[in-house]
Design a protein around this ligand. Sequence first.
Ligand code: DON
Length: 566
Amino acid sequence: MYRIKKTLLFLIIIFFCCNNNKTVPQQVLGKKENLKYKYGAVSSADELATEIGMKILMDGGNAIDAAVGVGFALAVVYPQAGNLGGGGFFVIHLSDGRDVAIDFREMAPLNAHKNMYLDEYGNVIEDLSTIGCLASAVPGSVAGLLYALEKYGTMSRAEVMKYAIDLAENGFRIKPELANSLNNNLKDFKKFESTKKIFGRKFKGGEILVQKDLAYTLKKIRDEGKDGFYKGEIADKIVQEMKRGGGIISYEDLENYIVKERQVIKGTYRGYEIITMPPPSSGGICLIYLLNILENFNLSDNDLFSAENIHLMVEAMRRVFADRSEHLGDVDFYPVPVDVLISKDFARKMFSDFDKNKATPSSDISPVKINNEGENTTHYSVVDSYGNIVAVTTTINDIYGNKVIVDGAGFFLNNEMDDFSIKAGVPNIYGLLGNVANEIQPKKRPLSSMTPTIIFRDKKPFLVLGSPGGSKIITTVLNTIVRIIDFGLSLEEAIDLPRFHHQWFPDEIQIERELLDGKTQKRLLEMGHTFRQVHNFGRVDAIMFLNDGVLKAHSDMRGYGKAIVY
Ligand code: DON
C-alpha cells in the first residue's frame, strides 16, 4: 500500500512539473551551440525598457517573454508611443522554424462610418480624426501582448509585468528628452481634464514620475488577463471617457476586440530571405515591392548617396506609394492583391518606364489597375539564445495618441482612426493618400506602414529590424537593408547615416540633414526633382547576427534608446 502511494505521489509530482513548465518545449528546441552571447539581445527606444527585456532573458524567459515585458515597460517609461491604448504587430521567427505574424492593430468601433469626420458639406472637420476621443479606434495592445505571451511565451503575466508595474507604482527618473517631449505637448494635454491631472505641468529631466493609475491598470491586467482591460472597471473607465469626450467606443467594441494571427509576407532580395508584416500593414508589401524593383539594378556601382542611386530609389518609392494609396487596406474587408504586388514580374513591369536621367512627375503616375481575383510609434527587437527572434512595432499613431488619458486608468488612447482614408484625396497626418481600400467601416483595421522585419542569409537569421516614422517607416527599413546588403555598411552606419524618402505625394524628396552635397543637389534638380529637409525620420532598433554566432545590436542615434547584447 505504502509503495503504491509513493508511486502515485511520484507520478503526480512528475505530472505537475511537466505541466507547470510550459517553457520546456519552446526553449529546448533551440540550439545554443557556437553562440558568443549568453542570453541574447534587446534593442528598444528606452534604456529602462531594454534593461527589463534583458532581465527577463536572464530570468530564463524566451524572446517573446522579453518582448512582452518590454512592451509593458514602454507603456510606462515611453508614453509618447509605448502604450496600452494603441495597437501594433509582432513578426516572430520561432526556434522550431515557424514564422508568425500577430496583428493587434486597433479596430474601428461598431458605430464608425465612412463619413464620420466630414461636415454636412462633405468637408473634413479639422482635428476630429487626430485629437480627442472620436479619433480613437478600439485598442489592441493589451490583447496582443497577452496573446503572444500565452501562445509563444514561457512565463506568467506576473513574471513579465512585474518590472513595468514597479516603474509605474514607484516611479522612474525621467530623461531630459522625455521631459522636453512632455513639455512640448503641454498645450494639448491641458485640453483634457484627465490628461491635465497627470501631465498638465512642466517637467524637468531627472525628476521621478510616478503613475499610480497606470500601475492600477497594469495590476488589473496582471491579475485578470485580457478581461482586466476589456471588461469590468477599466472598460467602464474607457467608456466613461468616451462619453465625456464625444467618442464612440462601447462595451461591445471592447469585448469584441480580437487579435489575428496572419501569414507573414515573404520575399527575397539578392538571395536573402525576408519575412515581414502582411496587411493591415502596408509595410511588408511595400518593402518587398521596393526591393523587387531595386534588385534589377546594381546599386553598388555608384556611391550610396550619388544622384544616380537617390534618383533610382526615389522613382521606385514614388510608384510603390501610388499603388499603396489604391490597393492596400484591411484584407478582411478589401481584396488586396497581395501576390501581384509582391511578385518580381510585377515590379519589373511597373518600373519599365523608369528614365535614369529624368524624374517622373508624380502627377503622371496613377496607381496601376489590378484585376482582383479573388514622434508616434516605437519598434523593438529581441533575440534569445534559443533561436527565437521577435520584431515588434507598436503605436498610438501620433505622439501621445489622441492626447486623452483615460481618467483613473492612466494611459493615453490612440488616434489611429486617422490612418484610415477619411476622405478620398485628403492626406492623413503623414501626407498619405487613400481610397476605397482603406475607407472606414465598423470593425475594420486602419492601414498601417509599420514594418517589423526579419531577414535570413543561407537560412540563418541575419537581421531583425523595424522603425517608427509614419509613412517613412517603409523607406527607413528599406534604406537600412540596402545599406547593409548592397553597400556592406555596419549596423550603426546603416542606421545612423542620413536618409531620404519619397511617397508619391507630396511630390518631393524629403531629405535628412546634410545628406546631399552641392554637386548631387544640382544633378537631382536637373533631373527634375525637388527636395525639402525634414527631421522626423524613424528611430530604428535592430539586431544583427554576425558570423560565428556573434550578435550586434543598435538603437538609432536619433533617439535615446539602448541596445544590449549579453
Ligand atoms: O500605423 C502606422 O503606420 C502609423 N500609425 C504609424 C505612426 C508612426 O510611426 C508615428 N511615429 N513617428
